[in-house]
Design a protein around this ligand. Structure first.
Ligand code: ASP
Length: 345
């Protein structure tokens, strides 16, 4: 049995959790880690060895970029063997994108990477940040009966739930329960205790060492369907210079207009080598492309089904696959696989 104190590394990137009010403008802006931790005296009650690294300039997560994901992935890779788990403190706005990106970048992950933040700054009396941080630390140090990490994936902890990172979406700008997986059960429920949903937890089939993939290709975009979308606008988007992959947000079970101009435009983009991945605009459920004539036409035009993937997982998975240097045909084929539990196959 492991009798050592859990060793946890906190990576502080910014976000509301560590923000303070700018006295001149009255707006919230990111502040440093010492301020944050001073507001969580209870952390000393945990018998853990905790270290931290902070972004040189903590950011509002609306400023999140690929290079920030690379920094986080690098921190985790460089420190992987020295810690039992990692807690990433992050703004909520793009937290689900970061969780998805890291889930692909950290290949063969076998340790917990728990991302959390808060809706109210840690210095506020009613803050949710203190509880989220403490619970995230407890989850990052949780082990099973054999002493193995309970969580071996990138997950988002927020208020009452732990969610798979690449299945999560920010659902509320106001609620303390701000995140949800619409197509996957919670990994844990947080009430009086932490109840893990053991069957839902990811276990990588590969016993290989962690392999951090830093290269992400930004040549991707979303196209959202809406009634009234004109051929000019659609063609303009499909011909965006340099774009290699498009996540098409279609209606319902994966449906799109059945007009000739629409299908021809999509088909010609696919023939030019652009990978188009179909996901639904619905919060819940996924693509069943052969159910309707309108969806079937998309599939016949060469569009790949994204099944029940989130926006965040779909776009970052494309960045990751193109970042590996794969050809369009290979990207199309990997998009259909579950690489780390991001899609139901
Ligand atoms: N704008 C903030 C951020 O994403 C919101 C938050 O943290 O809740 O950094």
């Amino acid at each position: 049995m492991n009798t050592q104190r859990p060793r946890i590394l906190i990576i502080y990137t910014g976000g509301t959790i560590g923000m303070i009010e700018d006295t001149e403008t009255g707006t919230l802006r990111p502040f440093d880690f010492d301020h944050l931790i001073d507001n969580v005296p209870k952390i000393r009650m945990l018998d853990y060895d905790i270290d931290h690294i902070q972004f040189e300039n903590p950011i509002d997560s609306s400023d999140m970029s690929i290079s920030d994901w690379q920094t986080m992935a690098r921190y985790i890779g460089e420190n992987y063997d020295h810690y039992d788990g990692f807690v990433v403190l992050h703004g909520t706005d793009t937290m689900a994108y970061t969780a998805s990106a890291l889930s692909f970048m950290l290949e063969n992950l076998h340790k917990p990477v728990i991302i959390t933040g808060s809706q109210l700054p840690i210095g506020e009396v009613r803050t949710d940040g203190e509880e989220n941080l403490i619970t995230a630390l407890q989850i990052a140090s949780a082990t099973d009966q054999l002493g193995n990490p309970m969580v071996q994936e990138v997950a988002i902890l927020f208020e009452n739930y732990l969610w798979r990172g690449n299945r999560s979406t920010k659902m509320s700008a106001d609620n303390f329960n701000a995140f949800k997986s619409n197509n996957y059960p919670p990994l844990a429920h947080i009430g009086l205790g932490i109840q893990f949903n053991v069957e839902a937890l990811w276990r990588s089939p590969a016993r290989r060492p962690l392999d951090v993939k830093l290269n992400l290709d930004p040549a991707v975009m979303f196209i959202d369907l809406f009634p009234g979308l004109s051929p000019e606008v659609l063609n303009h988007m499909l011909n965006t210079p340099g774009v290699k992959g498009i996540v098409l947000r279609s209606y319902g079970a994966g449906n799109a207009p059945s007009n000739e101009w629409f299908t021809d435009a999509i088909k010609s983009a696919v023939e030019r080598g652009i990978v188009i991945l179909n996901i639904t605009q619905c919060a819940n459920g996924g693509i069943h492309e052969r159910r309707y004539y309108t969806g079937d036409r998309l599939a016949r035009a060469g569009v790949v089904s994204g099944r029940d993937m989130t926006n965040e997982a779909a776009i970052t998975k494309m960045m990751y696959l193109f970042g590996l240097g794969l050809a369009p045909a290979e990207v199309r084929s990997y998009l259909s696989f579950s690489l780390c539990g991001e899609v139901t196959v």
